[in-house]
Design a binder for this molecule. Structure first.
Ligand SMILES: O=C(O)C1=C[C@@H](OP(=O)(O)O)[C@@H](O)[C@H](O)C1
Ligand SMILES: C=C(OP(=O)(O)O)C(=O)O
Length: 436
């Protein structure tokens, strides 16, 4: 893999002098790639993950599964995966979770299924992201977390002492902080001796489309999942079939590109937009239409055309983003550029994402002049003239996306650490600049 050229820090976000007309082919979905890798590592035969996303989160996942004894060939666009062989090479392994929620939540249940100790840690901020419910559940399901010195582990760093099998069974968790808690247990659950039967007890679970994605991918591989009752999921014990899967483009990462059509009054086509999908990013079709964009399927993919006059003609949005919280930073940036007020609700949980996104959006959009009020579970955003300035990202790829959207409309926006976009997008700055 060739490294993208170095970009200055802070990085001057390009501003659209004219309506942008572009057709883009976006890299693969992070959520689909990392699920496909985990399932391939647990499968009964080799798999291929076609058009895999090559980014920090997915390479960390490939490294983690390799450390546990799988083989992942990441040399091309299609990644061949040889399943785990039952033992951690060298009996002890270290897993770097970086800032990837999917690595921190999805890999520990897998570590229980191999023989050997696995030490988990990650970026400094990762130590604050929630995981305690998954660790508590794993203990209840018979996994040894080996934390006799400190009592029950509640976050990074922690160690899983795998024995090669997990008894499994019934477990109750509170997944109101992250849908990934449920996905984590479901992904590995078929390989537990008794499978897994998960009940959620707590406030509503966010990001439900991501649980649907997990279930659909398990069923594609022959795993029986019972999701007939709300807040309960049961996976029968049995093999996970190794398959070839082509990864869809990342529809959440389509947000800044479609937003570029919206703010510039231009037209952007995202190639290969799936006809049906479990990706949360598909909600952009509805959200952008409600803000005044024309959204249509065309032969090549999905076309969004911004209103004549660009962002000054966008209307504000009343939206509950509970199911699609990862879209909130890009949507908030569009709302800051719109001509009427917006209320974004249902997203308390995004305070536990790569950074406290509600606080970060209020601060950074506010520092450029936007009228942003922060609530416990959302944001109110009122139209106000915006100005240039530094936009801090807090190591959050989606904060960088928010910053470039504002920068497309407002001259003089400087993105601090735009390189943080490498979490889910290779050379985002180069790709974005090429559109202006
Ligand atoms: O399972 C997944 O792939 C994801 C689930 C969601 O997490 P939360 O449920 O923590 O919001 C989403 O925001 C994240 O970007 C990816
Ligand atoms: C919340 C996100 O990521 P993670 O998978 O690290 O939770 C995100 O990408 O918006």
């Amino acid at each position: 893999m060739t490294n993208p050229p170095a970009v200055p820090d802070p990085w001057p976000a390009p501003t659209a002098a004219d309506p942008i007309e572009a057709t883009v082919t976006l890299p693969g979905s992070k959520s689909l790639t990392n699920r496909a890798l985990v399932l391939a590592a647990l499968a009964d035969r080799p798999s291929v993950v076609r058009r895999a996303l090559r980014s920090r989160d997915t390479l960390l996942m490939a490294q983690a599964l390799t450390a546990l004894g799988a083989a992942v060939d990441t040399s091309g666009d299609d990644w061949a995966v040889t399943p785990l062989d039952g033992s951690v090479p060298g009996d002890r392994a270290a897993v770097d979770c970086g800032l990837a929620g999917t690595v921190m939540r999805f890999v520990p249940p897998v570590a229980g299924l191999v023989n050997g100790s696995v030490d988990f840690d990650g970026d400094p901020h990762m130590r604050t992201r929630p995981i305690g419910e998954v660790l508590g559940a794993l203990t209840a399901l018979g996994v040894d977390l080996g934390d006799e010195a400190s009592g029950a582990a509640v976050g990074l760093p922690f160690t899983v002492r795998g024995t090669g099998s997990v008894p499994g069974g019934t477990v109750v968790i509170d997944a109101s902080a992250s849908s990934q808690f449920v996905s984590a247990l479901l992904l590995a659950g078929a390989r537990f001796d008794a499978g897994v039967d998960i009940r959620h007890d707590g406030k509503p679970i966010p990001s439900l489309p991501h649980i649907e994605m997990t279930i659909a991918m398990l069923r594609d591989r022959g795993v029986a999942v019972d999701d007939a009752d709300a807040n309960r999921w049961a996976v029968a014990p049995g093999p996970i079939r190794g398959i070839d899967q082509e990864i869809e483009p990342d529809l959440s990462n389509a947000a800044p590109f479609l937003a570029l059509a919206a703010v510039s009054g231009g037209s952007v086509v995202v190639r290969d937009w799936p006809a049906s999908t479990t990706q949360a990013g598909d909600a952009l079709r509805d959200l952008l239409a409600r803000m005044g964009c024309r959204v249509e399927r065309v032969t090549e993919g999905l076309r969004v055309t911004g209103p004549a006059g660009g962002h000054r003609s966008l209307v504000g949005l009343e939206a509950d983003l509970h199911d699609v919280g990862e879209l909130a930073p890009a949507v908030a940036a569009l709302c800051a550029l719109a001509s009427s007020p917006s209320h974004l609700t249902g997203i308390a949980h995004i305070r536990g994402h790569e950074t406290d996104r509600l606080a970060a959006l209020a601060k950074e959009l506010g520092s450029l002049g936007a009228g942003v009020e922060e609530h416990p579970d959302g944001l109110t955003i009122r139209p106000a003239p915006l100005r240039g300035g530094i936009f801090h990202t807090y190591a959050d790829h989606r904060m960088a996306h928010a910053g470039v959207i504002v920068g497309a409309a407002v001259p003089g926006v400087l993105i601090e650490n735009v390189g943080t976009t490498s979490k889910t997008f290779p050379d985002f700055a180069g790709f974005w600049s090429a559109l202006f």
